[in-house]
Ligand binder design. Structure first.
Ligand code: ATP
Ligand code: MG
Length: 315
């Protein structure tokens, strides 16, 4: 006997499929599938990126650790340098950072080699962390009287990268929300600045000050430093405000803003309390998928711009 569908069923199914939530879920599944077999070219030379924004709580640390974990999941070896005395990046990467742990403080103040303090995150042998401890809070003052006080991180990184047996593809430095000597050390050590911008009121506040600071560093300490990447974070698609902020940022920084936006997501915010990045905590969640897509974009954009530069050099 042929089974016949109740007359109303197809209409109600299509109504369900048409809800914004159903569309969002279908879209997320398609994005997960696209990521499952993605391949990227890793950079030949270490890319050193400093994650910075003088505004607090905009997603610097969250982006630093999750982009790092997403890059590691693509096969890159990544070192996260936790330059914030709050130590949130060290917490999220699940590495020890109690007061007795050798840390970035010892590198900056007592000339410890970075290799003595770097730990692998339990998440992946490719995900490394130079932890911060509470002692780093004093480093801001102690650095003032040090020789070459702005270049101490740069020198330590150069030595580390030269002596590392395995190639390090990315160094990602998580900065505190202030422009003190710690952040200046990060700017002096990096090639690229990565700016997370929260899709909220006053998102652009402080940005011109940050651009001014970067300009000053370029002139006096590190000419190649440039803003390579801007990432919109805590995006809430249901609000017009998020869309307006995104449009405004894109109109100012068309080249630097990634297409991927990071949604506001409970999974992202709860992962650090388990000492994990969202990539390990729930790698298929919307927040993790977005960070994985952002990581792919970061590698591909760079590969394309390097190819463009080579092309220009030849012609
Ligand atoms: P600080 O300036 O203090 O260093 P920050 O810029 O590093 O802050 P985070 O610590 O990364 O900012 O994030 C601030 C808060 O927002 C944290 O509680 C974090 O869990 C939460 N958060 C960040 N990104 C998201 C997201 N996509 N969805 C939900 N919560 C988020
Ligand atoms: Mg932070």
């Amino acid at each position: 006997m042929e089974h016949s569908e109740p007359a109303g069923a197809p209409a109600s199914v299509s109504t369900v499929d048409d809800t914004p939530l159903a569309r969002e879920l279908a879209d997320l599944s398609a994005r997960r599938r696209a990521l499952s077999d993605v391949r990227v070219d890793l950079p030949e030379r270490t890319r050193i990126m400093t994650v910075s924004n003088q505004k607090g709580g905009v997603g610097k640390t969250t982006s630093a650790v999750n982009i790092a974990a997403a890059l590691a999941s693509l096969g890159a070896r990544v070192l996260v340098v936790d330059l914030d005395p709050q130590g949130n990046a060290s917490t999220a990467l699940g590495v020890e950072h109690g007061a007795d742990t050798p840390s970035v403080y010892d590198v900056l103040i007592d000339d410890f080699p970075l290799s003595d303090i770097v730990q692998a995150s339990p998440e992946s042998p490719l995900l490394l962390c130079a932890p911060s401890t509470i002692h780093l809070a004093g480093a801001e003052i102690e650095l003032v009287s040090q020789v070459a006080r702005e270049h101490r991180l740069r020198t330590a990184l150069e030595t580390y990268l030269e002596s590392s047996a395995d190639p390090v593809h990315f160094v990602i430095v998580d900065c505190p929300p202030s422009l003190g000597l710690l952040t200046i050390n990060a700017f002096a050590a990096a090639d690229e600045v990565f700016i997370p911008i929260q899709c909220e009121y006053y998102a652009l506040e402080g940005l011109s000050q940050l651009m001014g600071s970067i300009g000053m560093i370029q002139r006096h300490l590190n000419p190649p430093l440039h803003v390579s990447t801007i990432l919109l974070t805590m995006y809430d698609g249901r609000t017009r405000l998020s869309q307006q902020v995104a449009d405004e940022v894109r109109s100012h920084f068309a080249e630097q803003v990634l297409n991927t936006v990071i949604p506001r997501s409970v999974r992202v915010s709860e992962a650090p309390s388990f000492g994990q990045t969202v990539i390990a905590y729930d790698g298929q969640s919307a927040g993790a998928v977005a960070y994985r897509e952002a990581a792919v974009e970061i590698t591909r954009r760079h590969a394309e711009s390097s190819a463009d530069a080579q092309q220009k050099g030849r012609s």
